[in-house]
Write a protein that binds this ligand. Structure first.
Ligand code: 13P
Length: 252
């Protein structure tokens, strides 16, 4: 049975002190009022990882980094490797977020290196895909997302693909307040699951959690999560408020 997952992506927000307070607050709410069958993940800045890992109950709240280096180690000033992330106690890594693809020019070749290094460390990649508005308006979003997957995760062998979580985040819905309609999100996630079934097999497709991300909020999470192919969410803005994040966790 694939997992239901609600993952927060704090992006470039909070100081360490604020982040630890937020993590403690989420942890407390999840322990006392959180849906038991939902895997909770907090994607924090690198600087926060060790402190946030310490601040939460590892059996209930998982910690993710939002990126990792495309190299294992060496003279790469400013980079943070998958092994370093692992050594903090974090267990997930967000890879290929559209903001990294767009602002830091991360292409499929770079993402494949990150995927390999992350998997090598036994960390779980949350692999992001999704189209820009112009592509959605042209109606070619399926072809676009298929190409993103063909060039990256679909190059992995079955046993590695099964270790991934996939997050579909249409760029036009990120931070805009414009959520994809429940039908648009379900259609794309079903399309992705169909691609996995065709490329690997139906059993593999059934096992992989696929999340929706983009202006997900307490107001729309229930509708989104009621869809058969939507296994949870990758949450930006609403993950910065512990009560909102809890409401999304409990939207199932
Ligand atoms: P918002 O929820 O703020 O739209 O961000 C979504 C996102 O990019 C999560 O990775």
């Amino acid at each position: 049975m694939r997992k239901k997952i609600v993952a927060g992506n704090w992006k470039c927000n909070t100081t360490v002190k604020e982040g630890v307070e937020l993590a403690k607050s989420v942890n407390e709410l999840v322990l006392t009022r959180g849906a038991k069958d939902v895997v909770v993940v907090l994607g924090t800045p690198f600087t926060h990882l060790i402190s946030v890992v310490d601040a939460v109950d590892a059996n209930r709240v998982n910690i993710a980094s939002q990126n990792c280096a495309a190299v294992a180690k060496g003279a790469y000033t400013g980079e943070v490797s998958a092994a370093m992330i692992k050594s903090t106690g974090a267990t997930y890594v967000i890879i290929g977020h559209s903001e990294r693809r767009e602002y830091y020019h991360e292409n499929s070749e770079i993402l494949n290196k990150k995927l390999a290094l992350t998997l090598e460390q036994g960390l779980t990649p949350i692999y992001c895909c999704g189209e820009a508005l112009a592509i959605r308006e042209a109606g070619t979003q399926n072809e676009f997302v298929k190409q993103q997957l063909d060039e990256t995760i679909f190059l992995l062998p079955t046993e590695q693909l099964l270790k991934l979580v996939i997050a579909y985040e249409p760029i036009w819905a990120i931070g805009t307040g414009v959520t994809a309609s429940t039908q648009q999100a379900q259609d794309m996630l079903a399309f992705i699951r169909g691609l996995i079934a065709a490329k690997y097999n139906a059993e593999v497709a059934k096992e992989i959690s696929i999340l929706y991300g983009g202006s997900c909020s307490p107001a729309n999470a229930n509708d989104l999560f009621s869809q058969p192919d939507i296994d949870g969410g990758l949450i930006g803005g609403a993950s910065l408020k512990s009560e909102d994040f809890l409401a999304i966790i409990n939207a199932y």
